[in-house]
Structure formats: structure tokens, C-alpha cells
Ligand binder design. Structure first.
Ligand code: TYD
Ligand code: MG
Length: 456
């Protein structure tokens, strides 16, 4: 075995020291030094070259562009988020709050793969084989090629992979896995990082796709301040409110696809199910024509999704009015309220404002601005909105309504869901044909949009 050297690296500034220190002498931060082990790498180690071969620069025209080999699972939603299926030899990280459904999702995906004669190895570091079996029974999973191994030692995990030669490996979760060469506790930065880089090596050299589960800490970061995200090929976050059955799988990094895609799933008694018509479910419980409620066509990844934006304004009893937003960026809300105050003459300074995207979805794109503005104004004036309106547009600081991307797709989705009218940016009119059954009107300013949406 090659000789190892131990060193300590500051997580904050990268200062390297041969011994551990409480305080980093370079950046003066406390508790940032973590152990790092270096094993001299054999020659020809680099992943993309054959051992012993020399890399030479080649003209880009002479490089073969091969499509990655992908395997599709039954969840079309997951295939789409991954960029068209699971890429052979890729390392995928699935992060999320404890209890959100990561193990459930991966067990279901494992079974779907195993039923198609792929060999899947499910490493359970948190639950015993029996517990995993119980969960599988509940999910009505019983696939012969799905192997379960309750193990946390990476050396044994590697051994199992060598013996079983699976096509897919699930590591549930990375926080429980330890590299026997490292002394720090499982879940620590250096453990998580070393284990992940070892798994990366296994994935690339053997061509197995590995899924890693990572619990998110209270602060919302994956253990090991983002170190994991840099190392893996794909990072997916599994989100949702615990009291809501809808779950959203979002790609935040993807070397093999787009990062804007989301998958919508629903947690049911018998595990997760795909949601194929998200607009319908997000509007299901809408009270039509209530004040403070508008519908916007937002683009999530490659597809439009209709969501309801609710606002509630009430006179404040404090010096500082409260502004709360769920599912929308609070800064965006504050900005739009200031525009309404200044440009549309709404005296809302002394109002508490609560905003919410119904259904637990998070939307963050400028095209939702106008719907926020109309919801706020509607609640403030206690004037109901029109149930058959869909409102789309970005709002600028001078109160102008600005052009948004992919207007045609948004209006089409609204028409499909039975909306009779779309209020859109004036600059988005022309150059495309709206579907026949929906009236499209253009607004140049917020005031104009308010007149259309709330006027007689
Ligand atoms: P789990 O997959 O264990 O979460 P994680 O691995 O992210 O910590 O999900 C656990 C939750 O999901 C638990 O609260 C029960 C619920 N659940 C269902 O509602 N239906 C099911 O079929 C299963 C297996 C779990
Ligand atoms: Mg779990």
C-alpha cells in the first residue's frame, strides 16, 4: 500500500497545516481545520485516460461525441430531471430533509430497475435489512435482483460491489458511511468527502451509476459545506412541506442535462406516484374569485405550470409592518409592494403582507411579478379577482410591465386549463398566435394591468 500523509486543511481559506489547530492562523476562523489524507496516486490515475496512456491535445473536430449510455426508469419525471435517464457511471446526489421520502424514492427506483433485470445493490446505513424489507413490503416491492446490504464501512461496501457487480448502487445515506482509513466520525466533512471521492472512483472505473442520499442540515446545506456538490455529477434536491403530500425533485447541478427541470411526485400510502398534470393539482383547491388570489403560468424547467399566488394584507399593529412570503422570494415581494406604493398609488406602507404560493411549490422567476402585484392590490382593496384570468409579466421599477420568455407556451397552458383571459406584457403581443379559445390582452404598466384585472 502506498504511504499516506496526513494534513489539515482550513475549510474556510484553504490554509494547510501538518497539525490540527483550533484556530486557523491565516483567516483567524475557529474550528475550520479538517483532516485530509493523501495517498500518492499511481501513474495514469486520471479518470478519463487509459492507465499509462499520455494525454495529448486534440482538435475538437476530431473528438468523437458519443451519447452517454442512459437507462430509463418508470418514473418519467425522474428521467426528465436527470436529462433523459440515468447515465452509466454517474454519481448522483439526492439531498433533502430527513423524512421527506428519499429512501422511499430510491427503493422504488431500485425496484423498477431490478424488475428490468438490472442488478441493484441497496446499501442501507440507517436501517437494518429487515426494516428495509418491511418498507419494501409496504411498497409491494419484491424483485429478485434487488440486493440489500446493511453496511457502513466503505471497504466492505467496495468488496460487495466487486463481488456482486451491480449496475446500480444506492448509498443511503452518505452521513452514515465511513472510510476505515480516516479517524474522524461518520458524517464529518472529511469522512463524507473521502467516502464520496472513493465512490466517484468506483462509479467511473466500473461504469456503475451510484445514487448517494445526503441529509440536509437545519441550515439547509448538505453535510460538508458544499464539498459534496462539487464532487458529484448531478445534485438533486427533494423538497416539499411535510404536511403536504406533494414532493418536488429539483436538479441544481447536472453534468448530463439541464438544471431547471423539476419532477413532481405525490407521497401516497403505497409510496410515491408521479404527478403528470401539475397545473391541475396546484389549482385544485382554489376558491374562485376570492380577493388576493391570482393564477400565473410559470415555467418550471421545460414546461409551464400554473400556480396560484395568494396575498393577504391587513393593517399592522407594529412600527415595522410584517412581510412574509412562502414559496416566493421575500425581496421580490418587498420590491413589488414598493412599486405599487409609488407608481400605482396604493397606500400599503402600513399594511402587514403575507404571500404564499398555494400547494407548496417554490417559484422564482420574474414572470410572476405581475401576479404578485395584482394579488396584493386585490387583497388591499378587498376586490375579488376574476376567476378566469391568468396573469403573466415582469414588473420594472418604473411600474412598467416587461416582456417574459416563452409566452406562447404559458398562454397555451392557461387555455388548456380553461382560463378565458390572459393578461400579459404588451411587448409580448405579436409574433405568435394565441390559441383561439383565450382572449389575450397586453398591459404596458402595472396600473393598466390592475385596471384590467380588478376594474369593472
Ligand atoms: P423516508 O423515505 O424514510 O424519508 P427519508 O429517507 O428522506 O428520511 O420517508 C418517510 C416518510 O414517508 C414517512 O413519514 C412515512 C412516509 N411514507 C408514506 O407516506 N408512504 C409510504 O409508502 C412510505 C414508504 C413512506
Ligand atoms: Mg431514509
Amino acid at each position: 500500500m502506498a504511504k499516506k500523509t496526513v494534513k489539515f486543511v482550513c475549510q474556510n481559506c484553504g490554509y494547510v497545516s501538518p497539525k490540527w489547530m483550533g484556530k486557523c492562523p491565516q483567516c483567524n476562523q475557529w474550528n475550520q481545520m479538517v483532516e485530509e489524507i493523501e495517498t500518492p496516486k499511481p501513474k495514469g490515475y486520471f479518470l478519463h485516460t487509459e492507465p499509462g496512456s499520455e494525454t495529448k491535445a486534440a482538435p475538437i473536430t476530431s473528438i468523437e461525441s458519443k451519447e452517454e449510455k442512459r437507462t430509463k426508469v418508470e418514473f418519467e419525471e425522474l428521467n426528465r430531471v436527470l436529462g433523459g435517464g440515468i447515465v452509466a457511471g454517474s454519481l448522483v446526489l439526492i439531498g433533502g430533509d430527513p423524512g421527506i421520502g428519499k429512501s422511499t424514492l430510491l427503493l422504488q427506483v431500485s425496484a423498477q430497475l431490478a424488475e428490468h433485470d438490472f442488478h441493484v445493490l441497496y446499501i442501507s446505513g440507517e436501517e437494518s435489512a429487515k426494516q428495509t424489507k418491511l418498507r419494501a413490503d409496504r411498497l409491494k416491492i419484491n424483485a429478485e435482483h434487488l440486493y440489500v446490504l446493511p453496511e457502513t464501512n466503505l471497504a466492505y461496501i467496495q468488496q460487495a460491489i466487486d463481488e456482486l457487480k451491480p449496475n446500480f448502487v444506492i448509498i443511503d445515506s452518505i452521513q452514515t458511511i465511513y472510510h476505515p482509513d480516516i479517524t474522524s466520525a461518520p458524517g464529518s466533512v472529511s469522512q463524507v468527502r473521502e467516502s464520496t471521492s472513493q465512490l466517484m472512483r468506483i462509479a467511473k472505473t466500473k461504469g456503475v451509476a451510484i445514487f448517494i442520499v445526503g441529509h440536509v442540515t437545519k441550515e439547509g446545506s448538505l453535510a460538508g459545506p458544499r464539498v459534496l456538490e462539487h464532487m458529484v455529477d448531478t445534485v438533486l434536491y427533494f423538497e416539499g412541506e411535510r404536511h403536504n403530500s406533494y414532493r418536488i425533485l429539483r436538479a441544481v447541478k447536472n453534468r448530463f442535462g439541464s438544471t431547471n427541470e423539476i419532477a413532481i411526485l405525490e407521497m401516497k400510502e403505497m409510496g410515491l406516484e408521479e404527478v403528470k398534470n401539475p397545473s391541475e393539482i396546484f389549482l385544485e383547491e382554489r376558491t374562485k374569485g376570492a380577493s388576493g388570489s391570482t393564477v400565473v403560468a410559470s415555467i418550471e424547467g421545460t414546461r409551464p405550470v400554473l400556480v396560484e399566488i395568494q396575498a393577504l394584507l391587513a393593517p399592522t399593529f407594529f412600527n415595522m409592518p410584517r412581510r412574509m412570503a412562502t414559496g416566493i422570494d421575500q425581496g421580490r415581494v418587498t420590491l413589488i409592494m414598493a412599486v405599487l406604493e409609488k407608481r400605482a398609488g396604493l397606500l400599503i406602507q402600513n399594511q402587514d403582507a403575507y404571500l404564499k404560493v398555494a400547494g407548496g411549490l417554490k417559484v422564482d422567476e420574474p414572470a410572476i411579478d405581475l401576479a404578485i402585484a395584482v394579488s396584493v392590490a386585490s387583497s388591499f382593496r378587498d376586490q375579488p379577482t376574476k376567476a378566469e384570468d391568468c396573469i403573466i409579466g415582469e414588473v420594472g421599477l418604473t411600474g412598467e410591465v416587461r416582456r417574459v420568455t416563452r409566452i406562447e407556451q404559458r398562454v397555451q397552458e392557461a387555455a388548456k386549463l380553461g382560463f378565458k383571459r390572459a393578461i400579459i406584457p404588451k411587448n409580448n403581443l405579436g409574433g405568435w398566435t394565441p390559441p383561439g379559445e383565450i382572449e389575450v390582452i397586453g398591459a404596458a404598466s402595472v396600473q393598466e394591468a390592475l385596471q384590467f384585472a380588478l376594474g369593472e
